[in-house]
Design a binder for this molecule. Structure first.
Ligand SMILES: Cc1ncc(COP(=O)(O)O)c(C=O)c1O
Length: 487
């Protein structure tokens, strides 16, 4: 770290949650403002004219891959793009089109895509021992020690293959440690796709709507509460007392889906206190926030200590097999087996878990993030993007809402993710609002920007002022085509 490396929190200013919620309520209460039909038809024509190679590949993929796509974070409307090159802030597709990359692979690449200093270390490792041996490698310890240095509450760390696996392990450990049975999550939150947590996804109140193929017994001890409603959380904890107790409350510290419904600044502390009152463990799912919001994660930012932390994405710096769980020693001991676990033995593992390649990639990515101040630089890029978007929303007098937690930038245009299904008629709004969002995502792509589902933008250290300004010019062109904006 040099003297001018930026340090400190990657969030320059916590969003005004009450104001955002009020603006989101207005967005949902007003009719949608999609792009004009002629404008949208122009964007769709762009895909046909400029993306012939991707179109051919997407059609062929339909034959051999269910649904034709395996990654569904970007909208694939009108068809999925075939990406051939990624570097820094940009992606290139097979037809030679260049895009500003605000998907950032779903979040892990805070240093920017395909960052050379990490790649070189990974290649070095591959040349000396290959990706996996099944035996201990020093990078396992180096990574676990570094995570502890950055997050002192993580006494011990167990590397796994994905965030999904990290959540599975955390819930299993919480049950084994507390002897309690139930799990409480925030409505709308995504914690991977394991049987117990495919419950109340995307929108609060959806319960088992997405749980096709999962036996009800797998999620019958999973409960949701409306985002950040502390009274509802307390009621859920109370209801569980006579029927086995609550093993864990699992939250994303900035709110579900990286803060699609932003958490009030004092929510995590309130959740901590309720967990202590009811003998439940507090699990922070830091799969996105872990290191993106600073090397201390969201727990460092909020100053709230969870019992267990789930890791993913950044823990392998964008390289494969990115997941794990860490926390205080007494709880983590359940993974040890034998004497040190006092007889409790929680089984986790995996042939490729904690392989040298993933551990080396994670270790060197985190070191580079520290050396360069990447979370802070990415956060500044997020601020610049959000401030620019606010200006454009005002310029065109649109009901859209934008805010950011450092390098996690939200842009709500259709309001689908803000629907409150408790309101009469809300279900009828889902289809049209989803369609609008899909079209906005396609329009952003045609304007040269890849976003996460048309509504979330991750920035990285590679997003210089020039890159952000190029993106803002593209948003300007897109917003000029919204219905009701004078042509
Ligand atoms: C908050 C959160 N938890 C868990 C997961 C699951 O992680 P993975 O995709 O590595 O299984 C994700 C993935 O996007 C996530 O955003």
């Amino acid at each position: 770290m040099s003297a001018d490396t930026p340090t400190g929190p990657a969030i320059s200013e916590y969003p005004d949650v009450d104001a955002i919620v009020a603006r989101c309520d207005d967005l949902v209460a007003t009719p949608i403002r999609p792009l004009r039909r002629d404008v949208m038809d122009g964007y769709l024509a762009w895909f046909d004219e400029r993306c012939a190679g991707s179109k051919r590949a997407a059609a062929a993929a339909q034959e051999r891959i269910p649904g034709g796509v395996q990654h569904n974070l970007a909208f694939n409307h009108p068809f999925a793009l075939e990406v051939t090159r990624a570097e820094g802030a940009h992606l290139w597709d097979v037809d030679g089109n260049r895009y500003v990359d605000f998907l950032q692979a779903g979040g892990p690449t805070v240093l920017g895509s395909n960052y050379a200093p990490v790649r070189e270390k990974v290649v070095e490792l591959l040349q000396s021992c290959g990706p996996v041996t099944g035996l201990f490698h020093e990078y396992e310890l180096k990574l676990a020690s570094l995570v502890h240095d950055f997050m002192p509450g993580v006494d011990q760390f167990r590397m796994l293959g994905s965030g999904t696996e990290g959540v599975m392990a955390a819930l299993r450990a919480a049950r084994a440690f507390t002897g309690h049975e139930h799990v409480v999550k925030v409505g709308g939150g995504y914690h991977g796709w394991s049987d117990q947590v495919v419950f109340a996804l995307r929108l609060p109140g959806t319960g088992a709507l997405d749980a096709a193929g999962i036996p009800p017994a797998a999620y019958e001890r999973t409960h949701e509460f409306f985002p950040h409603d502390v009274d509802e959380l307390r009621a859920a904890l109370e209801a569980n007392v006579p029927v086995g107790g609550t093993a864990a409350v699992i939250v994303e510290p900035v709110g579900p889906e990286s803060g699609v419904r932003p958490a009030p600044a004092d929510f995590n502390q309130q959740a901590r206190e309720l967990c202590d009152e009811f003998g439940a463990l507090l699990i922070f799912d830091e799969v996105v926030t872990g290191f993106r919001l600073g090397l201390g994660g969201a727990q460092g930012y909020f100053g709230v200590q969870p019992d267990l932390t789930v890791f993913g994405k950044c823990i392998a710096g964008g390289y494969p097999a990115a997941g794990g769980v860490g926390g205080r020693q007494e709880v983590m001991a359940v993974f040890a087996g034998g004497l040190s676990s006092k007889g409790v033995k929680v089984l986790v593992g995996g042939t490729l878990s904690a392989n040298p390649l993933s551990c080396a990639a994670g270790y060197h990515s985190l070191l580079e993030m520290e050396r360069t101040g990447a979370p802070v630089l990415a956060g500044r890029a997020g601020d610049r993007l959000r401030i620019g978007l606010e200006g454009l929303i005002a310029k065109y007098d649109l009901p859209y809402v934008t805010y950011n937690f450092g390098s996690i930038v939200h842009l709500h245009t259709s309001g689908i993710l803000q629907l409150d299904l408790r309101e009469p008629g809300a279900f009828d709004e889902v289809g049209p609002r989803r369609h609008m969002l899909e079209e906005m995502g396609a329009a952003f792509t045609a304007e040269g920007m890849i976003t996460l589902a048309g509504s979330r933008l991750y920035t990285s250290m590679a997003d210089t002022d020039e890159v952000i300004d190029e993106a803002l010019a593209a948003f300007d062109r897109t917003f000029a085509g919204v219905e009701g904006v004078p042509a």
